[in-house]
Design a protein around this ligand. Structure first.
Ligand code: ATP
Ligand code: MG
Length: 336
């Protein structure tokens, strides 16, 4: 029996930020370190997902590699055999499987995806890729029979769709795919902080996002330390003049408390304080410290090693993906 697969992807569409780091990269890197030997780990860069919304294509290739560099700077033990690091577009089966699954996916179920509604905003010139990208995501997961996929709130619908389409294909064509576990089980497996969302510092009612228009409330991992400090000191708070942890009434302050806790500080040191300055200062010190360390490690990452690892992984993953694709092609009558 092969080992169960844990799969995670980080879109290469812009620079990574503190939310990506604390909410996605670090927990997965820790897990990879702890569970080596028990599971197969697929860390992939979904570069085909990168341009469902407009991007600077001149940067795409490097950004995909940057994401891999960032994982390594975050401590991913890439020397381990069961840990695979690959770029989606280098494995052609992703695109082919997407087409096949598309023909069994319903227009209605895609139209109900809230992320499409949020990002597409009803505009006529929104890309069909943005509309149908959950199908590509389903292919990303099903090609490798991945059972464990960490998902935040923004992705739960897509994971449910992946289960639906897998079940639909299985019941029509025989057992083709292993279903990823349902969202609740994913949360149990990955731990309670999995859904935690760092908010934007300027508008703390929304989450920090790579594709934010201004980036003013986003702490990018490559920002200079003084820029980071400035963004945190200028974070939107409120006029209640008392620190309390209440995301509805004090989203800005609560966000700072979340960041503080994730970086090893204690909320109790600040709750009840009348001034917000000391909290901001403490958060700024801790984030700057983290970012300086990260940037130093990033500077030490060796590109030759990375490319070697990526090529080996892409070769191995192509074999797995191709054999799954062939199974599906056979079931559909495309191959004999
Ligand atoms: P985009 O604006 O392009 O959607 P994003 O910042 O939302 O970018 P994604 O590529 O969608 O980033 O997500 C990458 C990973 O980072 C996912 O695992 C996601 O759950 C996590 N993540 C994204 N934003 C945050 C955040 N603000 N706080 C914690 N985790 C986050
Ligand atoms: Mg997102």
């Amino acid at each position: 029996m092969s080992k169960p697969t844990i799969l995670t992807g980080l879109r290469a569409n812009n620079e990574l930020h503190l939310g990506n780091y604390l909410g996605a990269m670090l927990p997965m890197v820790d897990m990879a370190k702890q569970k080596t030997g028990e599971y197969r780990f697929n860390f992939f860069v979904p570069d085909l997902h990168s341009f469902t919304t407009p991007i600077d294509h001149g940067q795409l290739y490097e950004q995909a590699l940057d994401n891999i560099r960032a994982y390594i700077a975050a401590g991913l033990p890439v020397g381990v055999e069961d840990i695979h690091v690959y770029r989606q577009s280098f494995i052609r089966a992703h695109s082919e499987m997407t087409w096949i699954l598309s023909c069994f996916s319903y227009f209605g179920e895609m139209s109900r995806m809230t992320q499409f509604k949020d990002k597409g905003g009803g505009s006529d010139s929104v890309s069909v890729g943005l509309f149908s990208y959950p199908i590509l995501m389903a292919a990303d997961i099903l090609l490798y029979d991945a059972k464990y996929v960490p998902v935040g709130d923004d992705q739960t619908q897509h994971l449910e769709f992946t289960r639906d389409i897998a079940e639909r294909m299985n019941s029509r064509f025989g057992n083709l795919f292993e279903l990823p576990l349902p969202v609740k089980k994913q949360h149990e497996f990955f731990g309670k902080d999995q859904g935690l969302r760092i908010r934007d510092l300027v508008d703390p009612t929304k989450k920090m996002s790579k594709s934010d228009e201004t980036g003013k409330g986003v702490l990018f991992l490559r920002d200079a330390p003084d820029v980071i400090r400035k963004k945190i000191m200028g974070a939107t708070t409120d006029s209640l003049e008392s620190v309390s942890y209440d995301h509805d009434k004090q989203p800005g302050v609560s966000n700072l408390l979340d960041i503080l806790t994730l970086l090893g500080g204690s909320k109790d040191d600040f709750i009840g304080h009348k001034q917000y300055g000391p909290l901001k200062n403490e958060v700024a010190d801790r984030v700057v410290d983290l970012i300086e360390n990260f940037q130093a490690r990033l500077g030490e990452v060796d590109d030759v090693d990375i490319l070697q690892k990526v090529e080996v992984s892409e070769e191995a993953m192509s074999q797995i993906a191709d054999s799954k694709l062939f199974m599906v092609q056979e079931a559909l009558g495309l191959r004999k």
